[in-house]
Design a protein around this ligand. Sequence first.
Ligand code: FPP
Length: 255
Amino acid sequence: MSQLSRIDQNATAQDRPRHIAIIMDGNGRWARGRGLPRPAGHREGVKSVRRVVEACRKHQVEALTLFAFSSENWKRPPTEVGLLMDLLISTLRKEIDSLHKNGVQVRFIGDRAPFSDKLRKLMESSEVLTRDNPGLQLTIALNYGGQWDIAEATRKIAAQVQSGDITLSDINPELLGKQLCLAELPEPDLFIRTGGEQRISNFLLWQLAYTELYFTDTLWPDFDELCLVDALKSFARRQRRFGQTGEQVERIKGA
Ligand code: FPP
């Protein structure tokens, strides 16, 4: 392999995120700006989900994780919560065959206990149907919270200590990381939040430790492939150092 093509390959591998995580914010404001009720914004937001899934497949992103309903979203008015649940059910029913046909593997993270039987069954059947698919790994976070995720992992580890399977000295970040949601995926390389706020909002707290953060004022229903490409370009310009110096990183990249 020539020097140029090796550098080129390195650049490609490092400049493109393997895993993107998104907080899809701004549906309500999109609707209000048009004099529409908030549900209209959420319905339009579903169209952006479809566009972004397609764009991720096109741009060879391996994994996409979407924050669709946080553990704090239950505090919204009951009518809006109900609408979001109905929208999740109808969207899954409508889209799952096409996702499957396109090789997308669908998974859900979060505490499923409070959801209706109907939604829980649909989540399970979508996961079973698509589990062997080789394409984009689409994870939908529902009733998910980063603090919940870490607390659950801690509980599992405490149980292992209690049963004598491990001892206290076995506990380290790697062990804890293996008990978290998304343990089988590479950690997100790029985090995108639409809608102008610059917060993590209890999303993947542990998993975002070294993720590049990208915030845009674009409201989620307006987010399309071009917006994703802007985020990809911003990512490609970043130097990811993971604690090393810039010079060390350049040396490794050029080797
Ligand atoms: C935040 O906007 C958006 C949500 C809480 C819901 C996002 C859900 C969808 C787009 C549906 C996703 C469906 C699937 C199947 C993944 P906001 O209401 O907080 O907007 P605002 O900040 O302007 O009020």
